[in-house]
Design a protein. Structure first.
Length: 302
């Protein structure tokens, strides 16, 4: 049962972070570059390195070939977040979020092909029910016409694939070596991605202008958001040591569920910060989706 708690720490915290991302992009980065937000994420990774090294000195002694691949896991994660934020700039949050379900599908395939993970039929059915429930949450019942947005699809498929690949690399090395060693080099990769962004003069100018005009708000809100993301990421990565990649990715796909729950609470208590559809028809849809997810979790945990 403990692995399930760690696995769910990700989607719960990411659901909260999703609403913060939505607010930050809408208020400060709607028409600018999302690179500045990525720099903050990289800073958090850089900030954690001394602490991991202090408590786990052996982390820095990993062989360079292995350390380099571990760092690629962090770079892939940052790339995934970059595509996600780009999609969030031009689309509604409720339109972007459902595409994260593809990470679970990629996770099942990669876990089987690379790690030889073979979930039981019951666990597989549970994982698919979790994904189905999350997809049901994404359906827009009031829309008569459906239009495929190729840019959104491409961005979020790349994002989901990178998330699955990052998780695959992390699990491969964390199981063979050690959790904190792998985490150390994963964060080093994130920091390297941020350094590459700051190597561009245009990004340095954007960062300076953003901090100069909205110093307190951007630092406080984004700082809290990155700490929430950090907690979710550490919990989910630890769950990868205890359960199949595809199952953990399936549980991670419930992020949309928690994002919607937080969205409903914001709509009720803080409507100025955001609104969620809470009519009878939409509540029925969400209740059915939540029931699917609950049954799926029960099957996965068997």
């Amino acid at each position: 049962m403990s692995w399930l708690l760690f696995a769910f720490s990700g989607p719960v915290l990411w659901g909260a972070s999703f609403q913060i991302d939505k607010y930050l992009v809408e208020k400060y980065f709607k028409h600018g570059s999302v690179s500045v937000l990525m720099v903050f994420t990289a800073f958090i990774g850089l900030f954690t390195l001394p602490f991991i090294w202090f408590f786990q000195p052996q982390a820095i002694k990993a062989a360079w070939p292995a350390a380099s691949v571990m760092a690629i896991s962090g770079i892939l994660y940052m790339g995934a977040m970059y595509f996600y934020l780009m999609a969030l700039q031009s689309e509604e949050a409720s339109t972007v979020a459902p595409f994260f379900q593809f990470a679970a599908i990629f996770g099942f395939v990669l876990g089987y092909l690379v790690l030889g993970e073979k979930p039981s039929v019951t666990q597989l059915a549970g994982g698919l029910m979790i994904v189905a429930g999350s997809i049901l949450l994404s359906l827009r019942l009031d829309r008569r016409k459906t239009k495929v947005k190729s840019r959104l699809v491409i961005l979020m498929l790349l994002c989901s694939l990178m998330i699955a690949l990052s998780s695959l690399i992390f699990k491969f090395f964390a199981v063979q070596d050690e959790y904190w060693t792998t985490t150390f080099w994963n964060f080093a990769g994130q920091a390297a991605f941020g350094a590459a962004l700051l190597a561009t003069a245009a990004n340095r100018v954007r960062l300076y202008k953003t901090l100069r005009s909205n110093t307190g708000a951007v630092l406080a809100i984004n700082g809290a958001n990155e700490l929430i993301n950090l907690g979710g990421g550490l919990g989910t990565r630890y769950a990868l040591l205890l359960a199949p990649l595809g199952i953990v990715q399936a549980i991670s796909s419930t992020t949309l569920l928690f994002a919607l729950l937080f969205g409903i609470l914001i709509s009720i208590f803080l409507p100025k910060l955001g609104r969620e559809e809470i009519g009878a028809k939409h509540l029925l849809q969400k209740t059915m989706a939540i029931l699917l997810v609950i049954v799926g979790v029960m099957l996965v945990n068997r």
